[in-house]
Ligand binder design. Structure first.
Ligand code: NAG
Ligand code: NAG
Ligand code: NAG
Ligand code: NAG
Ligand code: NAG
Ligand code: NAG
Ligand code: NAG
Ligand code: NAG
Ligand code: NAG
Ligand code: NAG
Length: 749
């Protein structure tokens, strides 16, 4: 577990409990759960199935039973073993490698318009809203009664579907329908690790809300009149409103383990999902040690598109998880919707600021007092009765001030601050947040008036806010610790303050009057951006069922937008970061309509990923753990055919000039002949050469190669420089953009 970054300040991020690994001193002789990778090609002929081979292998050394036998996500099994039993397993025929079971980190009415989705033209009508595509979501379960899962207008369950609707506590198999076509749950690993645990909701029902939110973001049905306490009312719908959803619950209120997660992915592959959405990850593991990387390799081989969250550990470099070449890694951005509150002063002047307060508020005027930085809890307490307090954040202590005011029981709080993330503060008491410039008139009024008064109003929503999107400060950053040669994250999607369905028994906020409940919730994180892209992938799958996962990813990346809605480069909300770089947002904001018609794609096959793995100086066993026995390492190459270019340097080395060379192949997926010319934006202190600079395609599906070299200066400091190349179609309208980044890193895991 390498990332130990500070958690983000925002009060509305979602994290499930992260349980640290048990300390070895308590586990001296105690058996533990292990995941064992086996070479299926070494199964003796006497066995009829992998399952019986695994059982026999285990029973020869231990009386314990298999926790799971895996057949799709990995080849192998999980079991509870003592350390000496594990040593015996290591000597069994077919053993490749093993890891100890570990815990997993769990990291929309308006977002669809912001992404340009429209019923009249573009990818929605062309894909028929994702009809017949199946999105599998591995998460905390689902609230099947949510209106997002109604199935009016849904097509029949595809006949190829092998999934199931499992019944369990408060979950009847009749609760699935043509929208929610599968619901399964996995907790044998959780129970193996915690033998005496009682699971409070032993079924696919979501008691937390997260899985209901992510799955409805990806593929929720149209829901008229969705509203969240008066904020953001409208019609709610997922990205692919006619795609089918299958929920695989592997994340529990009581904990989340890799052994269960693998079982969920194993089953999803077997059931026949087309897209997998994984809003979770494990930090700090090499590809061969990361069970999610290994399981998603199998998914990729079966053309299952995997969207995975980058994590919420930004803005620090190398903080992301799921930096796996064969999945799409998604960063979180803001949207152009702002939640507001208004303060009306006694002199009639109004000021509108940010507010996410969900409770009701009196329309009365109250005395308003200015108490400086609101840092003295004693003086706050004595001033509080029936007053609105104004605090000026001189020293970047806003979170503390909000806590102080909350405890002191004022009727309302007004916070004036330079903090860049004012829009994210969700408070339990009535509060409005102002930028320093806008707060000035409030302070002037209080200074001027002998009896200053004010009233407050809440639940106002501003649409079309500028500038948006911006990269969320907490979105985890590249380069990928496990494979820095391939750009991660790949793309950005809405993740900040996303409205989607929720479990109505899980509180959405705690206000003065007590906890609040709602069928919808607004939450933030890369957990929310990941299902947006899973939904877009479903739309593209509906249109291009034969495309590889790499082609679909390329279509999204090369058409992503690096500019915001003021046509300026997308900004970064992390303090002092300015413009976002590809290490934060990948190629830019996903643009579903443009992704429908990319012109050219950078394709990659399973063998291409194998060639990359083979070039990473892993041992034979480590390689085999990922690729199993179907491939060989005859052509190792670190240079994957990817729609992005990364040049690395080590800031601990002397300054110098380096050259990084790339070979790329692009496939013409446009209609017929086309000619493209390259346009280059070079990173600072770099020279880019491309050969040839013109690509002439005679027909559809033709492939052409080009070479690109980056000659770049290195630094002793952590300097990141960015640029891009764009293949621009002559006499056509396609433009195919790839980001370039020159970045520091100190080697991979
Ligand atoms: C499931 O629903 C069906 C139909 O509503 C009902 O007949 C059956 O009793 C239910 N089963 C359980 C276990 O609740
Ligand atoms: C589980 O319960 C059994 C029987 O009550 C007890 O002996 C054992 O110590 C418990 N184990 C743990 C890990 O708490
Ligand atoms: C706010 O007022 C509305 C309308 O009177 C009411 O339905 C709602 O329950 C109130 N909310 C709270 C948190 O008291
Ligand atoms: C806090 O306010 C109280 C009451 O106004 C005052 O007595 C005390 O000195 C203040 N403390 C600090 C640290 O300023
Ligand atoms: C806000 O930032 C500006 C510019 O950096 C600075 O001049 C000002 O003093 C800051 N205001 C507060 C209240 O911190
Ligand atoms: C700001 O914080 C620093 C360090 O904690 C402290 O020394 C200083 O007095 C603070 N300034 C104000 C205006 O509170
Ligand atoms: C403050 O008072 C002065 C003099 O009475 C007046 O000119 C000014 O407009 C007032 N400012 C505010 C913000 O009320
Ligand atoms: C593999 O090891 C060789 C020799 O040490 C080194 O030159 C090369 O850069 C390494 N490759 C990677 C991908 O780490
Ligand atoms: C390795 O795989 C390639 C592509 O599948 C195949 O052409 C080649 O014969 C294989 N080489 C060996 C030594 O198995
Ligand atoms: C390119 O132009 C054609 C014909 O005008 C149009 O149908 C298509 O949507 C355009 N594509 C893009 C990516 O703008």
């Amino acid at each position: 577990m390498a990332t130990l970054d500070q958690p983000p300040l925002s009060l509305c991020l979602i994290f499930l409990t992260i349980i640290t690994l048990p300390q070895f001193i308590f586990t001296f002789a105690k058996p533990e759960t292990y995941i064992i990778h086996m070479d299926s090609s070494e199964m003796p002929k006497a066995f009829s199935s992998l399952h019986s081979w695994y059982s026999t292998t285990l029973s020869s050394i231990s009386s314990s039973k298999l926790v799971y036998a895996y057949t799709n996500a990995i080849h192998g099994f999980s079991a509870v073993l003592t350390s000496s039993q594990l040593e015996n397993i290591k000597n069994s025929p077919g053993y490749i490698s093993s890891i100890k079971d570990m815990t997993v980190k769990v990291d929309t009415t308006h977002t669809y318009q912001f992404l340009g989705l429209n019923s009249n033209h573009g990818v929605w009508p062309v894909s028929n809203y994702g009809k017949d595509v199946i999105i599998g979501v591995v998460d905390t379960g689902v609230w099947p009664e949510s209106r997002s899962y109604h199935d009016h207008g849904m097509s029949d369950v595809p006949s190829r579907w092998k999934g199931k609707c499992e019944s369990g506590t408060q979950f009847n198999s009749t609760m699935c329908n043509k929208k929610l076509i599968g619901a399964r749950y996995f907790n044998r690993g959780l129970l193996a690790n915690n033998p005496n645990l009682t699971i409070s909701m032993n079924s696919a029902r979501d008691t937390e809300g997260h899985g209901t939110h992510t799955s409805s973001t990806a593929a929720g049905s149209f829901v008229e009149g969705a509203s969240f306490f008066g904020y953001a009312s409208g019609t709610a719908r997922g990205m692919a409103p006619k795609a089918h959803v299958a929920m695989y619950k592997a994340l529990w209120d009581e904990g989340a383990y890799v052994s269960d997660l693998l079982a969920a992915i194993d089953q999803a592959i077997m059931d026949g999902v087309d897209v997998l959405s994984l809003s979770l990850g494990i930090d700090g593991l090499a590809l061969y040690a990361d069970p999610i990387a290994i399981a998603t390799f199998s998914a990729m081989e079966k053309k299952i598109f995997v969207s995975a969250s980058a994590g919420n550990e930004g803005p620090y470099l190398r903080s992301l998880h799921n930096g796996t070449p064969w999945v799409l890694n998604v960063a979180a951005g803001t949207i152009d919707r702002v939640f507001q509150g208004t303060l009306t002063l006694g002199n009639g002047v109004s000021a509108t600021g940010y507010s996410l307060y969900l409770g009701n508020f009196s329309s009365c005027e109250f005395p308003i007092v200015f108490l400086g930085a609101c840092e003295n809890v004693t003086s706050l307490g004595s001033a509080a009765a029936h007053k609105i307090v104004v605090c000026l954040d001189r020293n970047d202590t806003l979170t503390e001030q909000v806590n102080n005011v909350g405890k002191a029981k004022f009727v309302g709080g007004v916070f004036i601050s330079n903090n860049t993330d004012l829009a994210s503060f969700q408070t339990s008491f009535p509060a409005v947040f102002f930028k320093v410039d806008e707060g000035r008139k409030i302070l002037e009024y209080i200074n001027n008036d002998s009896e200053p008064k004010a009233s407050m109003r809440f639940k106002e929503t501003l649409l079309g806010a500028k500038s948006a999107p911006k990269l969320a400060f907490y979105s985890s950053r590249g380069p990928s610790p496990s494979c820095p040669y391939v750009l991660k994250p790949d793309i950005m999607a809405p993740g900040h303050q996303v409205l989607a369905s929720w479990s109505p028994n899980s509180p959405v906020a705690d206000v003065v009057s007590g906890p609040l409940f709602s069928p919808f919730n607004i939450i933030s994180g890369t957990s929310m951006s990941c299902p947006h892209v899973a939904g877009v992938a479903a739309l593209l799958k509906a249109v291009y069922p034969d495309w590889s996962t790499a082609a679909i990813r390329s279509a999204m990346m090369t058409t992503a937008n690096p500019l915001d809605n003021t046509q300026k480069p997308i900004g970064d909300t992390a303090k002092g970061y300015g413009v976002a770089t590809p290490l934060g947002m990948g190629a830019g904001q996903v643009d579903p309509n443009r992704a429908l018609d990319p012109g050219l794609v950078y394709d990659a096959s399973a063998q291409d990923y194998v060639n990359l793995i083979c070039a990473m100086n892993y041992t034979r066993k480590q390689i085999q753990t990922i690729i199993r026995s179907n491939y060989n390492c005859s052509n190792p190459s670190i240079d994957l055919n990817y729609p992005a270019f990364v040049a690395l340097y080590d800031p601990l080395e002397e300054r110098t000039t380096k050259t990084q060379r790339f070979q790329r192949t692009v496939t013409n997926v446009g209609d017929g002949a086309a000619t493209y010319k390259v346009k280059v934006k070079r990173p600072k202190d770099s020279v880019i050469t491309i050969s040839p600079e013109k690509l002439v395609f005679g027909k559809k599906n033709e492939k052409l190669r080009f070479a690109l070299a980056i000659r770049y200066k290195t630094y002793r400091e952590y300097v990141i420089n960015q640029g891009s190349i764009t293949w621009v179609e002559e006499k056509g309208n396609h433009s195919v953009r790839s980001p370039i980044v020159v970045t520091p890193t100190n080697t991979s895991l």
